[in-house]
Structure formats: structure tokens, C-alpha cells
Design a protein around this ligand. Structure first.
Ligand SMILES: NC(=O)c1ccc[n+]([C@@H]2O[C@H](COP(=O)([O-])OP(=O)(O)OC[C@H]3O[C@@H](n4cnc5c(N)ncnc54)[C@H](O)[C@@H]3O)[C@@H](O)[C@H]2O)c1
Length: 313
């Protein structure tokens, strides 16, 4: 199926990132949100993103204005989606809201249109209940900043047609994304589950007084993070043991000690929140840079690293 026209529903962080990506790749996009102020703010964000792309040779000189011209803004959901081949929904992660929005999109969209959700905390099993044609509803989960990070996680609920997953996956690949298609639905998909495991342990280390938040971030970035762009946990284990079988034989006891001393809590403990908030607000980068400066600094680092790993998007 050819995808020519795109609608982005929701113009917050993720909707703006998607619109940056689609418009920079030459697609016409209709961006929708509930009021004009939000849309105007989104356009400023998208403009800044596109200038960043141009500066970093992800867009040719002069293409920023062309990309911006491909974006239409609207507060009408029906107008946004009625002519689209691919709809990317990025409203708040709230099931009632997703149901309302999916119901409206489903009623107004063309029969062949794919309806993708960016949702991170909800399952497609639940979201697609609002649609009369749930077969075309797909989870297409980006990672922030979505206009730069290569990975997109794709999945479906029990009623999603394999064809819809295939179309969404092929479209993402055409945009230069690396896709991982989940064989089963799980809350948080893959990336957010891995991040949650690391965050829980990092918070507990601060709470236990083992190290400061700044030292833990440093240990992560200079210890695991520096290697992680090209080696995942399994390849790391394979190398650490000289082969994967030997890794499990050699490290069985040492990992048992670690696992036995690690926490398994399922909601943030107040003591850990208090300790982390206090520490993070003292971090050198947090004291010296605003949120916008931190985002710009992160994007700058990210684009250099992507160029090194030969994966621009
Ligand atoms: N922020 C992240 O890191 C991240 C990463 C991946 C996926 N996501 C997912 O993307 C989705 C959006 O997250 P976000 O961070 O962009 O949130 P956000 O709060 O920045 O933006 C949500 C937008 O939805 C709009 N909205 C609310 N009701 C609407 C309606 N009826 N019609 C149209 N627009 C409506 C809001 O006005 C707002 O602009 C969520 O499902 C979230 O889980 C977020």
C-alpha cells in the first residue's frame, strides 16, 4: 500500500517529533490538536528540530522551509484524518481519551488507512476496542527524541491484522527507522521495560546511599552506555564469558549474589523519590543548563553518535 498523506493526532512532544520526521522525509502532514496555541507551539518546536536537521546535514540547505510548507495545522480531527493513508495518534496516555480519539479516527478515516498509536503505557488490546475496524490499529512506539532515535517498536493487539503490522513496519523502514516487531504484547514493550529495570536499580542505589545520582549516571554513561550503542545485553554476556554458555556457567554464583540483593518494588518508594529528587537537582548539568539547553545538548551528542554508528535516523 502506498502511503502519501499522513495525519498526526496530538501535537505534544511526540506528535511534534513525528511531524518533524514525516515532513523532513518529504511527506505532507496534517497536524491536529485541540487548540491553536498548542499547534503554534508545536510549529516552533518542529522549526527548531528542522533547523537542527539542516545544521547536521540530515536535511539539505534550504529544505527547512520546504518541509514546513508540507505541514498543515488543524483543530478538526475529522479534517485531519479523512484523507490520510497513515494516522499516527500521540495524545496523552489515558485509556478513556485514547478510546474517544480512536473512535473518532476510526469513523472518519478511509477504509485502507492505518491507525497507529504512539502509546507507551497502554496496550493495543485495550485501545483497539474503540474501533469498529480494529484490524488496522497498530502500535508504533517511538523513542524520544523520535525524529532522531532510530528504533521504533511495532506490535498489535489480538484483532490487529498481520498486514497492518507489515504496512506500518515497511513504512517505518522507508523512513530510515530500525524496527522491532513484538511477538507478544507486554506493558512497556522492550525499551521501556529495560529502562524501568535500570531506573529501579539506580534509584535504589541512591536510596541506599551507595552513590550519588551524578555518580550513578556517570557509571552508566562511561561504563555500560559507551558500549551499548553497538552491544546489547546478550552480546555483552557472550563476550564476557568468551561464549554465552560459558558466561552462564562462570557467572551463575556472582549473578545470584547480585540478584538476591536487588530490589523488586513495583512502585516508586517515597524515600527513593526524595533522595533522587534532591540529588538530581544538585547535578552539575541540571544546575547549569535549562531543560531546553539540555535537550539541545542531548540532540547534538546524539546526532554525532548516530553518524559514528552510521545510523542517521
Ligand atoms: N514523551 C515520551 O517520551 C514518549 C515516548 C514514546 C511514546 N510516548 C507516547 O506518546 C503519546 C503522547 O505523549 P507526549 O509525550 O507527546 O504527550 P504530550 O503531553 O506532550 O502531548 C499530548 C498532546 O495530546 C493532545 N491532546 C489531548 N487530547 C486530544 C484530543 N482529543 N485530540 C487531539 N489532541 C489531543 C494534548 O493537547 C497534547 O498536545 C503518549 O501516548 C505517550 O505515552 C511518549
Amino acid at each position: 500500500m502506498d502511503i502519501n498523506k499522513i495525519a498526526c493526532v496530538g501535537a505534544g512532544l511526540i506528535g511534534s517529533d513525528w511531524t518533524t520526521l514525516f515532513s523532513s522525509k518529504g511527506y505532507k502532514v496534517i497536524l491536529q490538536d485541540i487548540n491553536k496555541d498548542i499547534l503554534d507551539n508545536a510549529v516552533n518546536v518542529i522549526h527548531t528540530n528542522l533547523i537542527f536537521h539542516e545544521k547536521n546535514n540530515l536535511l539539505r540547505s534550504g529544505e527547512v522551509e520546504e518541509a514546513l510548507k508540507r505541514i498543515e495545522l488543524t483543530t478538526s480531527l475529522e479534517h485531519a484524518v479523512s484523507d490520510a493513508d497513515y494516522i499516527q495518534e500521540s495524545v496523552f496516555d489515558d485509556l478513556d481519551l485514547k478510546h474517544r480519539v480512536f473512535k473518532e479516527i476510526d469513523a472518519a478515516a478511509q477504509d485502507h488507512a492505518i491507525i497507529a498509536s504512539s502509546a507507551s503505557g497502554l496496550l493495543m488490546t485495550d485501545i483497539q476496542k474503540a474501533a469498529t475496524r480494529p484490524g488496522r490499529c497498530v502500535m508504533v512506539h517511538p523513542i524520544l527524541p523520535a525524529h532522531l532515535i532510530p528504533l521504533v517498536e511495532i506490535g498489535g493487539g489480538p484483532d490487529t491484522l498481520p498486514k497492518s503490522i507489515e504496512i506500518a513496519g515497511n513504512f517505518m523502514k522507508k523512513l530510515g527507522k530500525t524496527i522491532v516487531v513484538l511477538k507478544k504484547e507486554v506493558p512497556g514493550y522492550i525499551v521501556n521495560r529495560l529502562q524501568a529495570a535500570v531506573l529501579r536499580e539506580a534509584m535504589d542505589l541512591v536510596d541506599k546511599g551507595v552513590a550519588t545520582a551524578e555518580d550513578i549516571d556517570n557509571a552508566f554513561c562511561k561504563g555500560c552506555g559507551i558500549r551499548d550503542p553497538f552491544i546489547g545485553p546478550f552480546l555483552r554476556a557472550h563476550l564476557a564469558g568468551d561464549n554465552i554458555e560459558r558466561f552462564f556457567e562462570n557467572y551463575d554464583q556472582s549473578y545470584r549474589y547480585r540478584f538476591e540483593s536487588m530490589v523488586t518494588w513495583t512502585c516508586f518508594p517515597p524515600s527513593a523519590i526524595k533522595a533522587v529528587v534532591k540529588d538530581v537537582n544538585k547535578m552539575h548539568m541540571v544546575v547549569n543548563k535549562s531543560i531546553d539547553e539540555l535537550k539541545a545538548w542531548r540532540n547534538d551528542k546524539l546526532v554525532k553518535m548516530l553518524a559514528m554508528t552510521n545510523n542517521k535516523n
